[in-house]
Design a binder for this molecule. Structure first.
Ligand SMILES: CC(C)(COP(=O)(O)OP(=O)(O)OC[C@H]1O[C@@H](n2cnc3c(N)ncnc32)[C@H](O)[C@@H]1OP(=O)(O)O)[C@@H](O)C(=O)NCCC(=O)NCCS
Length: 148
């Protein structure tokens, strides 16, 4: 298993998160579009850099919804660090850190690497949603239910 750690970011670090997300840009992932959106995202969510070998190689984030469900709302790995199991390890670590919680997330139906990670870790597809982010693209809604 890859040795990774998480480093929480503050709202003042929004340009760093912008750089990481733009560096990982994909038509299958909806990143923030401007400073105001990044600041809102970092204020409302817990956003972490994924650290590997002393480098920031990606991002992972979540926020707590009113009903107590955790919504995972970000997972990126920079292209030079992909296909080495970093995202899979980061997701596993986040699940351990969060403990036994109900967790939900949106993922593009063609996002194979992300789906492989989530489905293997016990998430199930519960809905198809059209145009969740207002960009005309669909998303699958996945949930992982607490055993408690
Ligand atoms: C999705 C993403 C985070 C995956 O990062 P990663 O570190 O390369 O993922 P991993 O190395 O942990 O691979 C996860 C699985 O996908 C597979 N995989 C990785 N890239 C793949 C690709 N391009 N095509 C098919 N499968 C792929 C891996 O083999 C692995 O499967 P396995 O466990 O059966 O071996 C990365 O591609 C990314 O940043 N994409 C853009 C942002 C994004 O889409 N985020 C997800 C939002 S829901």
């Amino acid at each position: 298993m890859k040795e990774i750690s998480f480093k929480r970011v503050n709202v003042e670090d929004w340009r760093l998160i912008e750089k990481m997300e733009k560096g990982a840009a994909s038509p299958l992932f909806q990143e923030c579009v401007d400073e105001a959106q990044y600041k809102k995202y970092i204020t409302e969510s817990k956003v972490f850099l994924i650290m590997f070998d002393g480098q920031a190689v990606g991002t992972i984030s979540y926020k707590k919804m009113e009903d107590g469900t955790i919504l995972m709302n970000g997972l990126t790995v920079l292209p030079d660090y992909r296909e080495q199991g970093i995202a899979k390890t980061a997701m596993k670590k986040l699940l351990v850190d969060l403990g036994d919680k109900n967790i939900a997330l949106y993922v593009h139906p063609e996002n194979t690497p992300a789906l492989l990670i989530y489905l293997r870790l016990g998430f199930v597809i519960t809905a198809w949603k059209d145009n969740v982010f207002g960009n005309g693209q669909p998303r699958l809604f996945l949930k992982r239910t607490s055993n408690l």
